[in-house]
Every structure is written in structure tokens, then in C-alpha cells.
Design a protein around this ligand. Structure first.
Ligand code: TRP
Ligand code: SF4
Length: 375
């Protein structure tokens, strides 16, 4: 892997590919928005500061200006309850926490059970249980305030939401769907329209009339964002819809450098992993270390290539100055991977322990704050 020319503790995860995304898809780079936010006295989140949130659409026009004018704003995202809750999901929840606590923005979370059932073909009972006990419970255990957060199942969201899906179906083309999913199946078409309704329904009076909406997603979800924004335009007159904003984040890598995903459990840290298991996964993680200790002292490690450094960067080390110190000690050959992994494990163990202590009670709360579908 090519090494970067300047010392940049934030610049991990193949930044070139993300620059490419910004160029090709017309996503705006996030750093200009950050400058604006600082000017306006708005706090930045850890993931903004560290360049993990790398792009946006209309975040300045929709969210920054809403906050400036004291208008109400909402953040909405969705999860497909198809596997266990892991560190990749936590990245999105950390952003929701920032909106809720630091900006006072209303939070909506869609549980994409319709998508899980129709596209992934998972059994209903399994999806419902996972959605409540893994997703909603984990989000509450991570600190989302259940009183201030609306969690809902897609299949339960009510008549006006479903009315949107029907209306949207008359104003989209087959090629728009192809952009989103490649091939077309009825399930995928319905899922795409349902997701557009997720993103846009909170603008309706029936759901609070939030006209300034931001959707934080990974770049893979951008076609959905484009569809929702186009539909907002097409229904601006009839329904008073306004284009939502979006932010795009980098994805945390799995511990082998590949994808972090429920389907790759050996390389994924689940928040409910027993400590022993999490420890074994971490100790086997791919680092940016050299072949021998001698070489590493001489040449230094490559944090950009290191999945342990990814954990730090994405929040395991919350303090920016400490993160920078680890970065520089690694590059300077003063920190070796064995000691570094032990430090990572101490931090991760503490986090998992605190989280898991809260999880059982959070499960009970979860069943009360979200209405589970009857079938
Ligand atoms: N399709 C998304 C996924 O696979 C889940 C989702 C459903 C979503 N509705 C949403 C994401 C609305 C963002 C906004 O993860
Ligand atoms: Fe990664 Fe730490 Fe090794 Fe550097 S010292 S390569 S950050 S494990």
C-alpha cells in the first residue's frame, strides 16, 4: 500500500477512493461545511472532525441554515434488522447521539423489516425480535433517549406513510430503480419506494412536519438519497415536500481489512460478543505493523493500513490529542503492535462491559418504546 506523504492521523481508509466518490457522484466534500459550522458556533462531531464523514448533499442549505434560524430539524436513518448489531452500526448511532445531544435535533429510526422480509427473505418473527432486542435495545444502551427518539417498523408506520409509497410509484422510472439495485424484482422496487417514504414522510404534518431533514448514510445508500431528493422535487407542489440533506461516512473495516458485516463474524466486533471472543478477534486483527520488531522500530508502522487503528479512529480513543500521539508513535516506530493491541483491548473491554451491563434493561425498554408488528 502506498504511504501518504504527510502526517495525517485522520487520513485512513483509502482516502483516494472517497475523493473519487465525491468527484463522480456529485457529493459535496464535507470540510467546507465544517468551516461554516465553526463560523456559526455549531459543535462538530468526532466523526466530522476526523474526516470519517467525508461528504454531504445540501447539509449547509438544509441543516446549518435551519439551526441558524432556529427552525426545527430532524435526522432520520434506517437499519435492516438482518443480523447482530456491530461496530459498523454503532458509527451511525454515534451520529444520532450527536444530533440529539449536541444539536437538539429530533431523531427518527426506521426498522426496515419490510426490506428484510421481502428482499432478504428472512422470517418475520426473527426480523421483529432482532429489530427490538438487537437494534433498538443497542441504540438505547448506547445512550439514545427513548423519550426523544421515534423508532418505528416500516410495516407499522400507518396510512399517510403508505399513501406516499403508492403516490411515489406513479412518478419514478424503471431506470431510476436500476440505478439503485441493478436488477429489478418486485421486492426491490417496493423496498426502494418504502425507503423513499422513510426519508420523506417526516415532512408530513401527520408525522411532525419536519421540513429540514438529514439522512446520515454510507455511500452505498446514495442512490436511495438521490431517488428521495428527486421525489421531493416531483411532489414539492402537491405535498409541500422539500429536498432532504444527506451526509456520507466511511465504513469501518473488518478486522481482516475486508468488510465489517454480520455475515463475516470472525472479523466483526458485535456489541454483545462475550469478552473472550472479542479479545480473540482483536488479537488476530490485521495491523499495519512490520514483519519483525526490529524492522518496525526502524521503519515505523502504517496506521492507515491498520484495522486496530481504525477502531481508535472511529471512537475507541475519543480524545484527538491521544489519537494523534498513537498515530505518531506508530509511525515513529516507538509503539509496537503487541503493546498497541493490548491497549486497544483494555479500551474495548471497558466499552463492551459498560455496554453489556446496560443491554438487558435496554431490551425491556425497547419492547415498550416500539410497537412490534402483529405479524
Ligand atoms: N436500506 C437500508 C439498509 O440496507 C436501511 C434503510 C431503510 C434506510 N430505510 C432507510 C437507511 C432510510 C437510511 C434511511 O441498511
Ligand atoms: Fe496498528 Fe498499533 Fe501496530 Fe501501529 S502499532 S500498526 S496502530 S497495531
Amino acid at each position: 500500500m502506498a504511504e501518504p506523504s504527510s502526517v495525517d492521523p485522520w487520513g485512513t481508509v483509502k482516502i483516494k477512493d472517497y475523493d473519487q466518490l465525491v468527484k463522480v457522484f456529485g457529493i459535496q466534500p464535507f470540510h467546507t461545511v465544517m468551516r461554516l459550522m465553526v463560523e456559526k458556533g455549531l459543535p462538530l462531531s468526532l466523526h466530522m472532525r476526523r474526516g470519517i464523514i467525508f461528504g454531504h448533499r445540501d447539509f449547509d442549505k438544509v441543516i446549518v441554515s435551519a439551526l441558524e434560524r432556529g427552525e426545527k430539524a430532524a435526522v432520520l436513518t434506517g437499519f435492516m434488522p438482518s443480523g447482530r448489531f456491530h461496530l459498523g452500526h454503532k458509527l451511525t448511532v454515534d451520529q444520532l447521539l450527536y444530533y440529539q445531544r449536541s444539536l437538539g435535533v429530533k431523531v427518527f429510526v426506521a426498522l426496515a423489516d419490510a426490506e428484510a422480509y421481502s428482499v432478504r427473505r428472512l422470517p418475520r418473527e426473527k426480523v421483529i425480535k432482532l429489530a427490538v432486542e438487537e437494534y433498538v435495545a443497542s441504540m438505547i444502551a448506547l445512550g439514545l433517549d427513548p423519550e426523544k427518539t421515534t423508532f418505528y417498523f416500516q410495516t407499522n408506520r400507518g396510512t399517510p406513510y403508505y399513501r406516499l409509497i403508492q403516490m411515489f410509484s406513479g412518478k419514478v422510472t424503471a431506470s431510476e430503480f436500476q440505478d439503485i439495485y441493478g436488477d429489478l424484482t418486485p421486492a426491490k422496487v417496493v423496498a426502494a419506494l418504502t425507503q423513499a417514504a422513510d426519508i420523506l414522510h417526516v415532512e408530513l404534518e401527520e408525522y411532525g412536519g419536519y421540513k429540514n431533514v438529514v439522512v446520515p448514510v454510507g455511500a452505498d445508500q446514495d442512490p436511495h438519497i438521490r431517488l428521495a431528493r428527486d421525489l421531493a422535487d416531483r411532489f414539492s407542489r402537491d405535498l409541500g415536500l422539500k429536498k432532504p440533506a444527506a451526509t456520507y461516512h466511511k465504513l469501518i473495516r473488518g478486522l481482516d481489512g475486508g468488510k465489517m458485516s454480520s455475515s463475516r463474524p470472525d472479523f466483526t466486533i458485535f456489541l454483545s460478543d462475550p469478552p473472550d471472543l472479542a479479545r480473540r478477534k482483536l488479537m488476530a486483527a490485521l495491523t499495519g505493523g512490520r514483519a519483525t520488531a526490529e524492522e518496525q522500530r526502524r521503519l515505523g508502522g502504517v496506521p492507515e493500513a491498520c484495522t486496530v487503528y481504525d477502531l481508535y479512529l472511529f471512537g475507541l480513543i475519543p480524545n484527538d490529542r491521544e489519537l494523534r500521539r498513537v498515530y505518531e508513535d506508530c509511525r515513529g516506530g516507538r509503539l509496537l503492535c503487541g503493546a498497541c493491541k493490548r491497549m486497544a483491548w483494555n479500551l474495548l473491554e471497558e466499552f463492551l462491559k459498560n455496554f453489556q451491563e446496560r443491554l438487558e434493561q435496554a431490551k425491556e425498554i425497547a419492547w415498550k418504546v416500539v410497537e412490534a408488528p402483529s405479524f
